[in-house]
Design a protein around this ligand. Structure first.
Ligand code: AMP
Ligand code: GLY
Length: 425
């Protein structure tokens, strides 16, 4: 089979790495890919939003399956476009991807189908938003309605801060048109977990549990990023929480999307807040999490291609996924300044020394090839991911890898996975 993976981040390197191991694959492409995927697939110089070029390539080269990594092409309707030309593709349709593309839509959906979530309001008017903020009190959470690369959420500690965040969003200064409508919601406390499933719209296969680390600094301090590290399994997702997530969140949402005329196929990612044995849903994503995908795929024992293909064919009933009985941890190494403005072009040293380590894999995210060197080319640069018999061993393995790599201004969190250890002790 010829497979095309769309995207160029750490998640897509992990997908390419996993798909490349399948005996079903004869040729693998990645658009646009990165220096990491170049070692396993043929990279194509096509950006993720160039849907016509992607379609022309897939059509002319008779691609058997296209796997879409990021949210942007999903929201632009790549799945609908490919399917209308008879091409098989893994991912939700544009109407289904709206569950991530509009936070107002996803909150209304949750309310309608009784999926537990924080109390909220949706606003386009500044004074109505202010009245809601003053009624609710701080801390309070302000979210841009549209896609904002995981950065469109402001946790305001005071009402004044919330009012000013709303003003920045509604005026278009903060996130352009993504902020022309805002969701304002109750601040929740607890421990977060990423709960991902693969579904064909009827059958649902839960993936192993995972936990992301969104804040840039140790101890969950500083602004939110796309994710500074992740591990799997996440002990906060006990068997009881898993069952609640399936019964209260995933199944009603999959059924609700079908009832709304938006049947959902692909990865459905629920961001959960867990507290005192109860869960609330923070958000939905229409794709694999990044970096959660990296540890999840390192733990996946079975071939992923039959699963992706079954979803593209709309029939997951006879397919399953097996997992390694090991833990995996991914530590993201980022550029100085991220998630704000960051430097690019710094030579990365030590990658070859990590290749010597067993069970440690470096997934590229924001890198570029320059002459015979690999240089930084993004905020999140690498995801150093390790397998271990326990979370502790996986943490140690990942940080052994991190210790061998450097560049000027490199930053990473030193506490990835600690919550799992605290829970175990
Ligand atoms: P979202 O994109 O909606 O998941 O928000 C990104 C991050 O902001 C989440 O992973 C949480 O860390 C935080 N967050 C979002 N909504 C809330 C909330 N209602 N209460 C507390 N934290 C939140
Ligand atoms: N790691 C969070 C996300 O992919 O949205």
């Amino acid at each position: 089979m010829k497979i095309l993976v769309i995207g160029g981040g750490g998640r897509e390197h992990a997908l390419v790495w996993k798909i490349a191991q399948s005996p079903l694959v004869t040729k693998l492409y990645c658009a646009p890919g990165n220096p990491g995927t170049a070692a396993l697939a043929e990279n194509l110089p096509i950006a993720v939003d160039q849907l016509d070029k992607l379609l022309a390539f897939a059509y002319e080269n008779k691609i058997d399956l296209t796997v879409v990594g990021p949210e942007q092409p999903l929201s632009l309707g790549i799945v609908d476009l490919f399917e209308s030309h008879g091409l098989k593709v893994f991912g939700p349709s544009q109407k289904a991807a709206f569950i991530e593309g509009s936070k107002a839509f996803s909150k209304d959906l949750m309310q309608k189908y009784n999926v537990p979530t924080a109390a909220y309001g949706v606003f386009t008017d500044q004074s109505e938003a202010e009245a809601f903020i003053n009624r609710t009190g701080a801390p309070i959470v302000v979210k841009a309605d549209g896609l904002a690369a995981g950065k469109g959420v402001i946790i305001a500690q005071t009402c004044l801060e919330a009012v000013s965040a709303v003003r920045d969003m509604l005026s278009g200064n903060a996130f352009g048109s993504a902020g022309s409508r805002v969701v304002i919601e109750e601040f929740l406390t607890g421990e977060e977990a990423s709960f991902l499933v693969i579904t064909d719209g009827k059958n649902v296969i839960p993936l192993a549990s995972a936990q992301d680390h969104k804040a840039v600094f140790d101890g969950d301090l500083g602004p939110n990023t796309g994710g500074m590290g992740a591990y799997s399994p996440a002990p906060v997702v006990t068997p009881a929480i898993h069952e609640k997530a399936m019964q209260q969140v995933i199944l009603p949402t999959v059924a609700g999307m079908a009832a709304e005329g938006r049947p959902y196929r692909g990865v459905l990612y629920a961001g959960l807040m867990v507290k005192d044995g109860e869960i609330k849903t923070l958000e939905f994503n229409a794709r694999f999490g990044d970096p959660e995908c990296q540890p999840l795929l390192m733990r996946m024992k079975s071939d992923i291609v039959p699963v992706l293909l079954a979803v593209a064919n709309g029939d997951l009933a006879d397919t399953g996924i097996e997992w390694h009985d090991k833990a995996a941890v991914c530590v993201v190494m980022a550029s100085e300044g991220y998630p704000g403005d960051y430097r690019k072009g710094d030579p990365i040293q030590g990658l070859e020394r990590v290749a010597e380590l067993d069970d440690v894999h470096v997934f590229h995210a924001g890198t570029a090839a320059q002459a015979d060197k690999c240089v930084t080319n993004g905020g999140r640069v690498l995801g150093v991911t390790a397998l271990g018999a326990t979370v502790k061993e996986a943490i140690d393995g990942a940080y052994r890898g991190v210790a061998r790599i450097t560049w000027p201004g490199v930053q990473f969190r030193s506490d990835i996975g600690r919550k799992a250890l605290d829970r175990a002790s």
